[in-house]
Design a binder for this molecule. Structure first.
Ligand code: CA
Length: 224
């Protein structure tokens, strides 16, 4: 298991490296954004720990550029704990988020969650995607919630699939339109709202924001 640590605080970086090696992971380090992005692109990593504030290229940019090319899981690390940073980090495609100072156990736990998720995702036998108590089967295109089977229309399935494949990532209406309805669509962006409403009614009519949360002015997100 290879982990890339992109962190400019040398003391912290060394500490993380030591702890991860102790856990049996292979670890490489980079101390600025450009070097980190280069390593991230050149090699395949199981997880990347990415500091937000970095010299030469900040963490948001590194994340955005990397995620436009490949889907390496990223845990964003920052000294700040503001909601805006969190949204920015997740919106740029980060898979998870951790604020400094953090306990090393917390970091290790987050890494394990991501590795387990990737294992399931990369297993060709696995045709199911999971989120909370939802299981979406890609072959039958059926949704299971506890013991209940929920039938989805094609567009509802596509929409839910997009959310469940992009947990913690804010999906804008434009992005969803592009991916589900196609680039040259003439459809208004509020069609997305209509379908999200349909989907919420099917998944959880009593508690509409439990699975798909509205990000005012931005779009929607399924958040762990
Ligand atoms: Ca930093």
């Amino acid at each position: 298991m290879g982990i890339l640590v992109i962190e400019d605080e040398e003391g912290l970086s060394e500490f993380i490296e030591l702890e991860l090696k102790h856990e049996g992971y292979e670890v490489s380090t980079a101390y600025d954004g450009r070097e980190g992005l280069k390593l991230a692109l050149e090699e395949n990593w199981d997880v990347i720990l990415l500091d937000l504030m970095l010299p030469s290229l900040n963490g948001i940019e590194v994340c955005r550029r990397l995620k436009s090319v490949k889907d390496t899981p990223i845990i964003m690390i920052t000294a700040r704990d503001s909601v805006m940073d969190k949204v920015l980090g997740l919106d740029s495609g980060a898979d998870d988020y951790l604020s400094k100072p953090f306990a090393i156990e917390e970091l290790l736990a987050r890494i394990r969650v991501i590795l387990r998720r990737e294992e399931r995702r990369n297993d060709p036998q696995t045709l199911n995607i999971f989120f909370k108590d939802l299981v979406l089967n890609i072959e039958s295109r059926m949704l299971q919630k506890e013991d209940q089977l929920i039938e989805l229309t094609k567009k509802e399935f596509d929409l839910l699939y997009m959310f469940m494949k992009n947990i913690n990532r804010v999906m804008t209406r434009e992005l969803l339109l592009e991916h589900i309805w196609g680039y040259d669509t003439e459809i208004e962006t509020n069609v997305v709202d209509v379908y999200v409403r349909h989907l919420r009614n099917k998944i959880d009519p009593m508690n509409k924001e439990k699975y798909i949360q509205t990000m005012r002015g931005m779009g929607y997100v399924m958040r762990e």
